[in-house]
Design a protein around this ligand. Structure first.
Ligand SMILES: *Cc1c(COP(=O)(O)O)cnc(C)c1O
Length: 481
């Protein structure tokens, strides 16, 4: 079947399925071939080698350690992949419940979504969840739409969204997309959002305060309850960015510390591989005051073990995704939570925190740690000591590639100069962490004795140093020989 791209009335491009009423677009004569294409004659073996070698250029968490900070990149169990590959689930047609009034035929799938919703509600201390959003940023946008609907209903004039400067870039972007102006709060000398600045800038026109706790410095703000109370005093709602929930899983519930909205990244914390643009899921949890606005359809339990999709909610913001979210990602989450159980989920955060602190304490002799206290799931050091010999964070990142490690996040958060953010995650062994630490120590030593060796890296990659700024600004994906 052929898909035709058409411009809709609003000028957006949509996919339209051809049917007999739609005239097929013809390719103009001048673009048609007059002779056979001269395709290269290559053997099957050469083709196999070509693609196998290309696939090996991929950096994968199945083969290497990936200590990216602020974006959990852990190993995900293959068990959950098996659950998501079960035919009973993969063969379901997503239009079943709607078109064929087939709710009774998909009760199993609806039950999985329902139960996952309930589990996430329990884990986060929220009252209700929507499983629709398809990514973390999409969850943020959905959460903010709910907050927006809440203020509109009260006819409150709200203009601003507050974010700390350590927040993930998607936070201000999502708020900006909804037309809010962003108020940025700086980080204080302790690594927390500056309280004085926050109090000064908080006003009656603030719609929401978006926080990540622990923040991207890996620090849990001990004054978090005071912050949520202050926000509520001006009827601003507080948004919890729970993308990397492995930091506090089973230890603390955002609902208990005053948060009104939470999003989780199932494709970071709950067993779906993250990265490479694969399917994601960013479900959003809310407290009662926001539940009237949740997206439709909503899943309800009609009777014992009978589930139905309900659409009739007058104040709903509408649907935010096709179908009911990324069902198979939700299924993996469900399998993962059942596999680990309560104590297993608590082990996740214990080990995530232990691993980060192990890296921090072993590296602090060699690198500056501007906020060197016990951290949560990630630790942030600085290459300022190495910069004296001309070795910058980016050089360290490149050298790590040569030694078989994915670089950590660098130059973020911006409150730390030459920052290197290390998030080892709960799934790495001590042996792997030791190898990584060994290379980091080697880098610190080489930076003193032979800084040029670090600055020349990477030497093992198909392309060496790229002009990353130019590549981002002038994206040119043409293949040139
Ligand atoms: C990854 C991440 C996001 C965005 O999630 P996407 O699924 O990539 O849109 C938001 N906030 C934090 C803290 C993150 O780590």
């Amino acid at each position: 079947m052929q898909l035709i791209f058409e411009k809709s009335e609003k000028g957006r491009r949509g996919i339209k399925m051809p049917d007999s009423d739609v005239p097929q677009q013809k390719i103009e004569e001048k673009y048609l071939r007059t002779e056979k294409a001269s395709l290269p004659e290559v053997s099957e073996l050469d083709v196999v080698r070509h693609f196998t070698n290309l696939s090996r250029l991929n950096f994968s968490v199945d083969t290497h350690f990936y200590p990216l900070g602020s974006c959990t990149m852990k190993y995900n169990p293959k068990f959950t992949e098996e659950a998501a590959a079960m035919e009973g689930f993969t063969d379901l047609h997503p239009l079943f419940p709607q078109i064929y009034s087939g709710e009774k035929l998909v009760q199993g799938a609806l039950e999985v979504i329902y139960r996952t919703e309930r589990l996430l509600t329990e884990i986060t201390g929220m009252d209700e969840f929507t499983m629709q959003p398809l990514a973390g940023a999409h969850g943020e946008f959905t959460g903010l739409l709910l907050i927006d609907a809440y203020h509109r209903k009260k006819e409150n004039k709200k203009k601003y969204v507050i974010v700390p400067d350590s927040s993930h870039g998607t936070n201000p972007a999502s708020a900006g997309l909804l037309g809010y102006e962003i108020i940025v709060i700086s980080t204080d000398s302790q690594g927390y959002m500056d309280m004085e600045e926050f109090k000064n800038k908080l006003n009656l026109e603030v719609a929401a305060v978006m926080l990540t706790c622990p923040n991207t410095l890996g620090l849990f703000n001990p004054r978090i309850k005071e912050i949520t109370d202050l926000a509520h005093s001006v009827d601003a709602l507080v948004y919890y960015d729970g993308a990397n929930f492995n930091a506090i899983l089973g230890k603390c519930k955002p609902g208990d510390i005053g948060f009104d909205v939470v999003h989780l990244n199932l494709h970071k914390t709950f067993a779906t591989p993250h990265g490479g643009g694969g399917p994601g899921s960013g479900p959003v949890g809310v407290t009662k005051k926001l539940s009237p606005f949740l997206p439709v359809p909503r899943l309800a339990k009609k009777a014992k073990e009978i589930f139905e999709l309900k659409y009739n909610y007058k104040e709903s913001i509408g649907a935010v995704a096709p179908f009911y979210g990324n069902f198979l990602v939700i299924l993996k989450t469900y399998a993962y939570i059942l596999l680990l159980g309560k104590s297993g989920l608590m082990d996740v955060s214990d080990i995530a925190v232990l691993n980060a602190n192990y890296c921090r304490s072993r590296l602090k002799k060699y690198y500056d740690f501007p906020y060197s206290k016990i951290c949560m799931h990630e630790c942030v050091c600085s290459a300022l000591r190495q910069v004296k010999k001309g070795v910058r964070a980016v050089d360290i990142a490149k050298y790590l590639i040569d030694r078989g490690f994915h670089p950590p996040t660098i130059y973020f958060p911006i409150s730390v100069k030459e920052s290197i953010m290390i998030e080892p995650t709960e799934t790495e062994s001590k042996q792997t962490l030791d190898k990584f630490i060994q290379v980091m120590i080697e880098i610190a030593r080489l930076s003193k004795s032979h800084p040029e060796k670090i600055k020349k890296a990477p030497l093992s990659t198909p392309v060496l140093r790229l002009d990353e700024t130019k590549a981002a600004r002038e994206l040119n994906l043409k293949w040139e020989e």
